[in-house]
Design a binder for this molecule. Sequence first.
Ligand code: SF4
Length: 439
Amino acid sequence: MLGGSYNRGVRKFYVQNFGCRATQADGAALESLLVAKGLNAIPSRAEADLVILNTCTVTAAADDDVRSTVRRVHRENPAAKILVTGCYAQRAPDELAAMAGVEWVVGNSHKTQIADIVTATEYHGNIHLSDIFEQHDFLSAPVEDSAGDRARPNLKIQDGCNNRCSFCIIPFVRGRSRSMPVGQVVEQVRQLSTRYREVVLSGINLGRWGREPGSTMRLVDLVRLLLEETSIDRLRLSSVEPMDFSNELLQLMADSTRIAKHVHAPLQSGSDTVLRRMHRKYRPRHYADRILRARQLMPDAAIGADVMVGFPGETEEEFEQSRSFIQNLPFTYLHVFTYSERPGTPAAEAGNAIPIPIRKQRNKVLRDLAAQKHLEFRRSMVGRKLSVVTLGDGNFALSSNYLKVELAEPQSANLLLDIQIEVVTENNLRQASLLTVLV
Ligand code: SF4
């Protein structure tokens, strides 16, 4: 289209991330790559001459959010060049390229090349994309402000997924499972431990860290190494598939005071037949075995799950099986998702869709159950001593077992404290007294 100085106008950029922790980690890495190329990251998209939308496509609502943001950016800052990247860009590039104001669409397959694409002196087309299953690069940088509180940085150490859950688009937009090299993980955690008390390890399928051919290290070995080689006070594992919670990993979590007492294992459904149709790799009894083992080893741990309602063909009976399975397990919180058709996935092609009002009603039933379980768990902590890390605004802290606590008086961020719990509040807990500040 244009040659010579085509992109010299791109100087100030703004990255907006959508979706999960993995996307945020990609966004942080992208910022570093662009800054290394001499571009300036600015905090306002209204003044940027390049706006990068780093997208999610996990649900139809996530797609809608991206499209309406493209329209808003173009309306508010028509001079800005918009670059759309991430999972939606990988899934439906033409859809995005056709939108007014979109200058480039860059799939996850080409994300590592974004700094080159936007600073190239010649125009090479507006869609940059190839087969994601050929992608072996690992893009990640610590996200130091993932919850807006500059505490508990998130470090993505694994990307992609080799599973094929029938509802899930992620493997098709993120590619094969791949891991951050062990030396890099140790170095990153070591650096973060100089500024933070807690680091959260995350991935698309975190339990598959280190499973590439030729590697003998597993997630449990990595965690043990991090405890030995770094001085980080608290490591937290984000979501790990249930069957990757080996006895060895659970035992290590139970034995170490430096690993958060927090088990998050995606369930999706408690119905055997629904799990089969989802192509999940376990049956309810296997899942229950892992959760009960975790509870036995860690009586006060947070135990959470992702659960999905309204999967195609989910009958009343199957939903009830799922509800009662969940009720009978010692969950302390749930993330409840409503099934959303993702084009190209087997579940979306199967037909048998559940009407939206029924999906919403089932979602409410499980959210109510989750609220009840969370309240019971919070009540069981009254009068107890909890180990917490203070969050950025100074008024709240997060416990090892994933409870948010209102502090009796403001503290600075990133302190590791032992506190006494006084009372349950509407959504959290409140501190009664400070027991110890650990330095
Ligand atoms: S384990 Fe299943 S749900 Fe999770 S990313 Fe892989 S395919 Fe998707």
